[in-house]
Ligand binder design. Structure first.
Ligand code: FAD
Length: 453
């Protein structure tokens, strides 16, 4: 149709790239996808999936303890890290193969090598081959940031390595306050590793609702995680089998591992984007418009490399919208507002919509409904853990602006609350909905008293 080798060349077979490739091929395009590491991308290979499997693994220590209150005795429980890693690898292998099969079934050609942009319509492959495409989609994702100026940074691991440690350390220091740092703190602590979380800010989880941040901090501390806020790692040195980590206040920790989860940077290095005329933003992410089109009309970008909302379902939606727009004949823009999300911390967070802080900036009258209670399970388990639920409501229109939950299954609740909030549900709709009893979620429809502080 075009005199090009391909209609679409996708660089990166992760969440966004795979979806775009499959949908474009379904629309009749001749598609190639290059992948330099493993098909499936961060989410499948070293992100969401292995992370969630590790979260499950780390819950069992408490589950065994909690079971006693329900009459169970569990003698001689033991955990084997090598078994967990091997079983996780088997599952990832299965998913990786399924992704390859799906791409091939869609008719996309898979090229297992690094690709770079050589011009508005040209792609250079690591093997030296050069191909042309009517459109190029950059879906190269992001990489963990490591502070290379820091003495001893080469001794630190990131989430990439955390999934395949040879053995569990007795103690770990995790630098970072975002969701990945918080999730790994819960994983390691649950697996019996003494865990120190060092975060630069006043508190963990910047950008989340203040009550959630307070609540989770308190619960994590109850589980024995040491949280050092307003602190920074200033040096790492080898010490015996492990490392000695120094903080800016002079505190030192001996640890088996130190992990950095202090952000991720878009994968643009050496990709040839700027030479091809593709503009980057100050965060070194590809600058795109609402249709994911870059400053070069034939080059688009989706997912983490654009640093919009760095989550798998968003990358998938962007990839799908791109393919429908460019090859499917319908213009689709992705709405990046109201993205429901979970943090698989312990306890878990589920949230959608505005924080109280953001609502108070944008609305003149904000009503807050919130409750903190002991989940029913813990009446018998005896565990000292509380659950938080909070609704942020526009006091003038009664519209629910945000829902924030910290407690078991909060992520599952956020998925469903996301529908209600997107539909513009009002507090009165929540009130009119009958409770599912006995559940924790019923609190969401039985909250009547405005919080007065
Ligand atoms: P990726 O999935 O990263 O795919 C990019 C692909 O491009 C990679 O396979 C890479 O190897 C390849 N590539 C890069 N450069 C080249 C090149 N030059 N040539 C060929 N191939 C190249 N999101 C959630 O929604 N929920 C979660 O619970 C969650 N947990 C996470 C946990 C961790 C530890 C991490 C790190 C991330 C997590 N995420 C989660 C984020 C999620 O993984 C990303 O948002 C998502 O994978 C982004 O998809 P993508 O297509 O933009 O990039």
């Amino acid at each position: 149709m075009s005199g090009f080798d391909y209609d679409l060349f996708v660089i990166g077979a992760g969440s966004g790239g795979v979806r775009a490739a499959r949908i474009a091929a379904r629309h009749g395009a001749k598609v190639a996808v290059a992948e330099e590491y493993r098909v499936g991308g961060t989410c499948v290979i070293r992100g969401c999936v292995p992370k969630k499997l590790f979260v499950y693994a780390s819950h069992f220590a408490e589950a065994f303890e909690d079971a006693v209150g329900f009459g169970w005795t569990s003698e001689k429980v033991a955990f084997d890290w090598a078994t967990l890693v091997a079983n996780k690898d088997r599952e990832i292998e299965r998913l990786n193969k399924a992704y390859v099969r799906n791409l091939e079934a869609a008719g996309a050609e898979l090229i297992l090598e690094r690709a770079t942009v050589a011009g508005p319509h040209s792609v250079a492959l690591a093997s030296g081959r050069q191909v042309t495409a009517r459109y190029i989609l950059v879906a190269t994702g992001a990489t963990p940031f490591l502070p290379r100026h820091l003495p001893g940074h080469e001794l630190a691991i990131t989430s990439n390595e955390a999934f395949n440690l040879e053995r569990l350390p007795a103690r770990i220091v995790i630098a970072g306050g975002g969701y990945i740092a918080v999730e790994f703190a819960g994983i390691f602590s649950g697996l019996g590793v003494e865990t120190v979380l060092v975060c630069r800010g006043e508190q963990i989880l910047r950008g989340f609702d203040g009550d959630l941040r307070n609540h989770l901090t308190a619960e994590m501390k109850k589980k024995g995680i040491e949280i050092r806020a307003r602190s920074e790692v200033t040096g790492i040195a080898r010490s015996g089998d492990g490392v000695r980590v120094t903080l800016d206040d002079g505190a030192q920790f001996g640890a088996g591992q130190v992990m950095f989860a202090t952000g991720r940077i878009p994968n643009v290095t050496g990709l040839g984007l700027q030479d091809a005329g593709v503009a980057l933003n100050p965060h070194m992410a590809v600058k795109v418009d609402g249709y994911s089109r870059s400053s070069v009309p034939s080059i688009y970008a989706v997912g983490d490399v654009t640093n919009r909302v760095n989550l798998t379902p968003v990358a998938i939606r962007e990839g799908h919208a791109f393919a429908d727009t460019v090859f499917g004949g319908k213009d689709v823009m992705v709405d990046h507002s109201l993205v429901p999300t979970a943090v698989f911390s312990q306890p878990e967070i589920g949230t959608v919509g505005m924080t109280e802080e953001a609502a108070r900036q944008g609305f003149s009258k904000v009503d807050i409904y919130k409750t903190s209670f002991r989940p029913m399970k813990h009446t018998l388990s005896g565990r000292d853990e509380r659950m938080l639920m909070k609704l942020v409501v526009d006091g003038e229109t009664d519209r629910v602006l945000g829902c924030h939950i910290c407690g078991p299954d909060a992520g599952e609740m956020a998925q469903l609350l996301g529908i209600a909030v997107r539909m513009g549900a009002r507090k009165s709709d929540f009130d009119a909905t009958l409770a599912v009893h006995p559940t924790a979620a019923e609190e969401l429809v039985t909250l009547r008293e405005k919080w007065t502080g």
